[in-house]
Design a protein around this ligand. Sequence first.
Ligand SMILES: [Zn+2]
Length: 178
Amino acid sequence: MKINVHAGHNPDGKIACGAVGFIKESTEARKVKKEVIRLLKQKGHTVYDCTVENGKSQGDVLRKIVAKCNAHKVDLDVSIHFNCGVNDKKGNGRTTGTEVYIYSNSSKSKPYAEQIVKQIAKLGFKNRGVKTSASLYVLKNTKAPSLLIECCFVDDKDDVKLYQYKQMAKAIVKGITG
Ligand SMILES: [Zn+2]
C-alpha cells in the first residue's frame, strides 16, 4: 500500500499545537506517527510523512497538511490526534477511550477505521467507535480515502495510565494492514 501519515498539529510550544492534559497531543501524536511510519515501512509499504512543523495558525497547519497529502497518490490518508475534554484528574477507573473519524459512511476508509478502533480498544481503551464528520478539514479536502484517529484522551488519568506510544502505533498498523 501507499499511505500518507501525519500528526495533526504544530509541534509543542508553537501556535495551534493541540490538546494538553497529563500529556501533550502534539508531542504524543508525533511519537505515534513516527512509530507507525517505521512499522509500515518495515512491512514494505510506501509511506509519506505529511506532518507540518511550521504552521502560522490552525487553519494554516491544516491547509499545509492537505497540500502535502494531496501531493502523493496514495491508498489511505492517516491523521493522528489525541482527544480532550473530560478532565478526569483523579481517574475513575474507566478510560474515556478511542474513536476514529471518517468523512461519511460510504468512505472507502471505513473498513480501515473499523479495524483500527477495534485494535486500539483491544489494548484496554473504551471503543467509542467509528464516527462520521463532514466538517473536519483534512477529511473533507484530502483526495485519497482518509481517516482521523483520536487515540485516547490526554486529560483522562485512566487513558494516560494505559497509553504507551509503541503499543498504540502497533495497534494502528495492525488495523491498517490486517
Ligand atoms: Zn487534535
